[in-house]
Ligand binder design. Structure first.
Ligand code: APR
Length: 326
């Protein structure tokens, strides 16, 4: 039987932790790529040497060229740059656009049938870049954000009520960032909507902490951002696709009319199976919820327009490669 193959691009914190989770679970063979020579090779050699101790037989290869990635079923893009002091949001947008564009062009050459999962931030617009650069149908471009955001919300609800995280389902829509839209009345503990279990003040506090979930961790770590939860969220998506689970998970997807949003990648509930996004689940929202989602989509739309402008300028100037690290 052919083994499932996943390429992870970017052997930094998220990429290497994701590779570790995948091989330790014996879910899929993994190729770990980084533009920095030997980074992917070093991380995979270390992982490989943990296999006799942990007892996994999944194959793992490190590389800095795309040859070994050929015919991957799934490619996860974690490659990118973090925001550094003095760098504007637009500078970061442009740098990561060039990274994701270059990576995607390589993926298309070597794995034309792959499903691409984007993790690089700013997430929703990076999905747009991968979609544009690949020419893939929209069901094969999926952004990882909502599972992470809902996991944060679920964690805070569990802590607040002192109950198992297993009992909690949470519902978060919208762009990955300050404008995300947690929906408390669809967020439940053992089937009970959270407004039945806590005051509006406490819900507002948990929503606020969820919105700042990424920044809170950056503030604590000082250098670098979250990677344990982002990598775990990506594993859940890969598993749903691999086993054709038809699991409904919040992901960034290209909306074409759903929720009244057109032509924008944004966080919505998606059914994941062998074909990637098999359906966007379009649920009825109240007016304030719908308004918040549209405001979030408008912000993503503005950034998407900027990306289209950058991509057009680079095309005109014949610029191809991603910027050098530093
Ligand atoms: N091709 C391959 N790898 C690249 C490229 C490229 N063009 N450009 C950068 N990289 C690699 C870097 O060399 C680095 O090893 O991407 C890796 C990024 O790793 P980290 O800096 O550790 O970042 P990480 O914490 O893993 O986050 C990656 O995920 O959650 C998001 O916001 C986060 O956008 C960021 C991404």
């Amino acid at each position: 039987m052919r083994r499932f193959k996943t390429t992870v691009v970017g052997a930094g914190n998220v990429g290497s932790t994701l590779a570790q989770r995948l091989v330790e679970k014996e879910l899929t063979d993994v190729v770990l790529i980084d533009r920095v020579a030997d980074r992917g090779e070093g991380k995979t050699l270390d992982l490989l040497q943990s296999s006799p101790i942990l007892g996994f037989d999944t194959k793992i290869i490190g590389a800095h060229d795309y040859g070994p990635t050929a015919d991957s079923d799934i490619v996860v893009i974690t490659a990118g740059f973090p925001r550094k002091p003095g760098m504007s949001r637009d500078d970061l947008l442009k740098m990561n656009m060039e990274v994701v564009q270059e990576v995607t062009e390589n993926i298309v050459k070597h794995s034309p049938d792959a499903i691409i999962i984007v993790v690089t931030n700013p997430l929703d617009v990076m999905c747009h870049v991968a979609w544009k650069a690949s020419g893939f149908p929209k069901n094969r471009i999926i952004g990882m954000a909502g599972i992470l955001d809902t996991a944060r919300f679920r964690t805070f609800i569990a802590m607040e009520l002192n109950v198992s995280v297993d009992n909690i389902h949470a519902f978060v829509l919208g762009g990955h960032g300050d404008s995300m839209v947690p929906v408390p009345r669809y967020s439940t503990v053992a089937g009970i909507p959270i407004p039945e279990l806590m005051t509006q003040d406490r819900i507002d506090a948990l929503v606020e902490r969820t919105r700042n979930g990424g920044a809170e961790i950056v503030g604590l770590l000082k250098t670098g951002s979250a990677y344990y939860a982002p990598s775990a969220a990506t594993v859940e998506m890969i598993e749903a696709i691999m086993v054709d689970k038809k699991k409904i998970l919040p992901c960034s997807a290209l909306c074409e009319g759903e929720y009244g949003i057109n032509g924008t990648f944004i966080g919505v509930p998606c059914k994941l199976g062998t074909n990637g996004i098999e359906e966007i689940v379009d649920v009825r929202l109240s007016n304030p919820e719908g308004d918040a989602l549209h405001r979030s989509a408008d912000l993503v739309k503005e950034q998407t327009a900027l990306i289209d402008k950058f991509m057009a300028e680079n095309k005109k100037n014949g610029k191809k490669s991603a910027p050098a690290e530093g």
